[in-house]
Write a protein that binds this ligand. Sequence first.
Ligand SMILES: CC(=O)SCCNC(=O)CCNC(=O)[C@H](O)C(C)(C)COP(=O)(O)OP(=O)(O)OC[C@H]1O[C@@H](n2cnc3c(N)ncnc32)[C@H](O)[C@@H]1OP(=O)(O)O
Ligand SMILES: CC(C)C(=O)C(=O)O
Ligand SMILES: [Mg+2]
Length: 521
Amino acid sequence: MRKIEFLDTSLRDGEQTPGVNFSINEKVMIAKQLEKWGISAIEAGFPAASPDSFEAVKIIAETLTKTAVTGLARAVKSDIDAVSKALKNAKFPQIHVFIATSPIHMAYKLKKSPDEVLASITEHVSYAKSLFDVVEFSPEDATRSEKPFLLKAVQAAVDAGATYINIPDTVGFTTPTEYYETFKFLIENIVSDREIIFSPHCHDDLGMATANTLAAIKGGAGRVEGTINGIGERAGNVALEEVAVALQIRQDYYQATSDIVLNETFATSELVSRFSGIPVPKNKAVIGGNAFAHESGIHQDGVLKNPETYEIITPELVGVKKNSLPLGKLSGRHAFNEKINELGFADVSEDTRQSLFAKFKTLADKKHDITDADIRALVAGTTVENPKGFQFDTLFITSNQDGTQTVTISMKNEGEEVIDTVATGSGSIEAAFNAIDTFFNHTVKLDSYNITAVTDGIDAQAEVHVTVENIDTGTIFNANGLDFDVLRASAIAYSNANTLVQRENAGIITKKISEKANPDL
Ligand SMILES: CC(=O)SCCNC(=O)CCNC(=O)[C@H](O)C(C)(C)COP(=O)(O)OP(=O)(O)OC[C@H]1O[C@@H](n2cnc3c(N)ncnc32)[C@H](O)[C@@H]1OP(=O)(O)O
Ligand SMILES: CC(C)C(=O)C(=O)O
Ligand SMILES: [Mg+2]
């Protein structure tokens, strides 16, 4: 049996999803959970992108103890230097250097001839190798590159010292058979006196990312790259949880295993979903809400007689557990702490536990059964870090005789001073959003608004998800709000989204990288 390594890029390619902006704290929490899930490497970001990206990679590198941490760099020396500085204290540092090799990317985007691209690969992979023991190289848009040139590019990277060769299907163009043949071709033809590990990096534009990734494994890949829940640029990356579970269920066919701790899958997916603001669809493979539900009579009959008639994956395999220790308003700190640990949040500090316990008690006064989903929602929280901006505090609503609603919103500023604004709207949510708009010196367009209940039942907590566009920059931001009351949850989500816009306008977060963006360089 071969052992397949997993590299997660949720914090780099995953963050390229329109609307997704993880805070540094969120990134660190995700990184720790990914380590627990058993990945061998994490692409923690693109350090040259912004001070925020640099800092996140640096903190993750200083936090993880078992997992290799890598950062992305263009074939640009200052990008490579930024990765080197950010990973100075990593226990197992790696670097990922990329440059495109397809005719269209070379001619139109890079404006370089094939020979210039080959020279750039040699120069920059050698430079990266002078700073790192472990160098990964990606010929971007590999699947639309001409095979003989792709081989030359990969050989140049290997000769310059690359250990990992990643073959990105950048635009989700390839098919399983074609990708399998690409891996076979490269692995058979590359010349090296040391072991070279190849990996797929698939995007899901044609819905084939998982099939393509598995085909690459069949073709000899030793590491896979992807994201949790398949978040990522456009239609997203391959969902790593699908690959991990497929390898487990079809070990007979792939003759390969991994170190992924499958029963941490649900917790990992849940955390990424919450922080990315992207709900997992009910019918999503492996971790969707319906993945283990049986509706029709013949299926139910079969499952009652023998679950294996229609169930190839058990809920237990991916960590979907029944509530083992129910909590309610009479539960005390010990039971609460036990539950926090059981749900995988043993690292939560004593101070945070105290404040979570207070929130739990407030919730338990209103809600009869507190489920694991409620506790996870409480722990993950939905507050955007914004030490220098407004934080939602309270709201008050009145109905007017003409059918309109008036909402007073109170926000706290940096100095904990409470400031109120009042606005009217045709409905309560419009009134609340109008009031919140007056706190900010920018204009946003509300692109979408969704409410989901965290659990079933009339007393469920509401989770509101909004997507707004910063009119000045065109950047899209997702944000969540969680509360027992739908209007409050909406106000929290909308003020969180505005906070992200404010941070972008202040230059604190950016989706663009720039060689000069990092003041350290
Ligand atoms: C397939 C992927 O996922 S690749 C990773 C995608 N991630 C990102 O792009 C992160 C956010 N992106 C950014 O911040 C910007 O688009 C950047 C950094 C790429 C470029 O920032 P800017 O300096 O403002 O330049 P801009 O975005 O306008 O153009 C990109 C430049 O990098 C060049 N470039 C792109 N990829 C590479 C590469 N792998 N190696 C070397 N140069 C590259 C382009 O040719 C272009 O060069 P030019 O300015 O000489 O024309
Ligand atoms: C940077 C590379 C590996 C990438 O994300 C892609 O080509 O999709
Ligand atoms: Mg990609």
